[in-house]
Design a protein around this ligand. Sequence first.
Ligand code: ATP
Length: 334
Amino acid sequence: MKRHRNGEIWNFESQTPAAGAGVILGLDGGTTSTVCVCLPVAMPPAGPLPNPLPILSRAVAGCSNHNSVGETAARETLQEVMAQALSKACSSRAAVQAVCLAVSGVNHPMDQQRLLDWLRDIFPSHVKFYVENDAVAALASGTMGKLHGCVLIAGTGTIAYGFTEDGREARAAGAGPILGDWGSGYGIAAQALTAVMRAHDGRGPQTKLTKNILDILGLSSPDELIGWTYADPSWARIAALVPVVVSSAEDGDEVANRILYDSVQELADSVIAVVRRLRLCGKDGGDTFPLVMVGGVLEANKRWDIGKEVINCISKVYPGADPIRPKRDLTAAV
Ligand SMILES: Nc1ncnc2c1ncn2[C@@H]1O[C@H](COP(=O)(O)OP(=O)(O)OP(=O)(O)O)[C@@H](O)[C@H]1O
């Protein structure tokens, strides 16, 4: 059955765009994975986004953070995932009207400009492009498109990003592990590995982290961790150890608990810094604002819920924080 909707012709039974119908590509690129969805151009012209979104197709690829894998590999991933999404939607590059790229690793106007230039090279000239840090898309996913409030991402990396109603923006953290992102998955895992080495040398207290981390990596001595880390120091590989830190803490290990509590404070401090700089809580600090919480590190576990602890910390300073945990991926249903 074909119907006219906002001037577009659609085959609603197959969800396939009719020949010549325009599409939009939306990408959410992280260090672990990159998701691309293909949407019809015929979206409501204003107001909140429809939920669920009328998605035509969804494709998943690996890391697209140029800081982790280099610019060439990151672009190959972006290109591959866009091609897959278009092919699944039975569409083509010629039908693309706009591309919204929200990727981690876009930290500077230069990063943005390089990606915009690249997109202009591979798409026709009429296509509209939006390139943002993935935090901007994460905020929008919790507020159904409205850029207002603060988002905290804690995955492999971490960043806090906020917008006021009148468009001012601020960020905190997100500078990478060497520059102090201790609340990130990488930061937590690196502290745990450090604690294991300190215990092994006699520089720090014994910890259950030693056995638990060695077991999960199939190693027999902390000395072998040296070769393991040098073999491939990629951030996501190190950060993947966070669940071991959580289970060790849940098992009563003091060292693991200390690492998690310190990380909670780090994450809360990032949000507090953004909210303070933007005065999101108004002059008297009492106004409410959306606080979108995204990322694997903020997932609830049996007894340890890093996200909940972070909210508790922030609420003590800003009781107006209104936590929103969007479904991990608004587009997962397709
Ligand atoms: N249940 C859990 N509790 C705590 N941490 C977890 C849990 N499950 C996964 N993680 C951690 O979450 C991180 C991955 O999260 P996510 O997939 O949101 O990040 P990413 O997209 O790779 O990173 P980024 O957003 O920084 O680019 C890993 O560090 C992983 O160890």
